[in-house]
Design a protein around this ligand. Structure first.
Ligand code: ATP
Length: 284
């Protein structure tokens, strides 16, 4: 069986072990979400309300969605995912009704987490010039958040790359009143992320993940995942002429003993650009 089959565990089996770096963020989010969802009586006993909404912010590809999915699994909660742009465009004309439906279902099936990605798309600051549609959607979202009761056992996690671009009304008490920055990983975080995404690969012993972490400043989790994938693809390309078969008929047993080498990571580094740099070019 291919070593690669183990590389990416199916999303249903992900755990906190699949998050590189972000130790203190995961810790805080567990207190804010997992604890009240799993043990609502603890919060009741202490006389405090569980949070209704949490805002995760930070650059793309650093793990906001990843953390939200894992926290739902670990909290034994149902996970409802909504994307801001989708609500505005795909459900145009029915956006508010769609939101209401999601909240109703999530509340009925609690414990639940609703994950709203790119919330800035539905809730831009109302003092900015925005259409009536967005204004109505924000008003609906606020009403739904205000209507949540403790009994419903439902927490909304919103994510954005642009925390200052969202309507401040969303951040008032009882709404998205907890915030957590999910930053670009540092060297130690990069090393952990590289370990996570290469742990199913047959790595040659010359692969120095610490060294790779050192030279990948500015790479986010998604970039490092791409780097590992590209390294394995480089291995494959390196082998193809030897094996002398086409990709389509590649027999798995021919991969026995094959390793992904440091050389493959170096090749991959030439292919994978950190997102931060890509964005620079887009903005110029
Ligand atoms: P976006 O703003 O684009 O939605 P995001 O912050 O939600 O970005 P994710 O979708 O969570 O980013 O990250 C994309 C993928 O990159 C993840 O599925 C995961 O494989 C990998 N990844 C990102 N951050 C990490 C991390 N800290 N540890 C391990 N893998 C990570």
């Amino acid at each position: 069986r291919s070593e690669h089959a183990k590389a990416a565990p199916p999303s249903t089996t992900m755990t906190y072990e699949d998050v590189g770096g972000l130790r203190s963020q995961v810790q805080r989010i567990r207190e804010m979400i997992e604890l009240p969802l799993r043990h609502p009586q603890v919060f009741e006993r202490l006389g405090i309300d569980a949070p209704k909404g949490i805002l995760l912010h930070g650059p793309p590809g650093c793990g906001k969605t990843l953390i939200a999915r894992i926290i739902a699994q670990e909290s034994h909660a149902n996970f409802f995912s909504v994307s801001g742009p989708e609500i505005v465009h795909k459900f145009y004309g029915e956006s508010e009704a769609h939101l209401r439906k999601i909240f109703e279902e999530a509340a009925r099936k609690g414990p639940s987490i609703i994950f709203m990605d790119e919330i800035d798309a539905i809730a831009p600051r109302r003092d900015k010039v925005v259409g009536d549609v967005e204004k109505r959607i924000v008003a609906q979202l606020l009403a739904l958040m205000d209507g949540l009761t403790r009994r419903q056992n439902l927490i909304v996690i919103a994510a954005t790359n642009l925390p200052n671009a969202i309507d401040p009304a969303l951040r008032r008490p009882g709404r998205f009143d907890r915030e957590l920055a999910i930053p670009i990983p540092d060297r130690v975080g990069r090393r952990e992320i590289l370990e996570i995404h290469s742990r199913g690969m047959p790595l040659n012993e010359d692969v120095a993940l610490a060294q790779l972490a050192e030279i990948t400043h500015g790479f986010v989790g998604a970039d490092l995942e791409a780097l590992c994938r590209e390294a394995a693809m480089s291995t494959l390309r390196r082998l193809l002429p030897d094996i002398g078969v086409s990709l389509a008929e590649m027999p798995i047993d021919r991969l026995t003993g094959v390793t992904v080498d440091m050389e493959d990571f170096v090749t991959a580094l030439r292919e994978v650009e950190p997102s931060a740099i890509r964005e620079l070019f887009v903005e110029v």
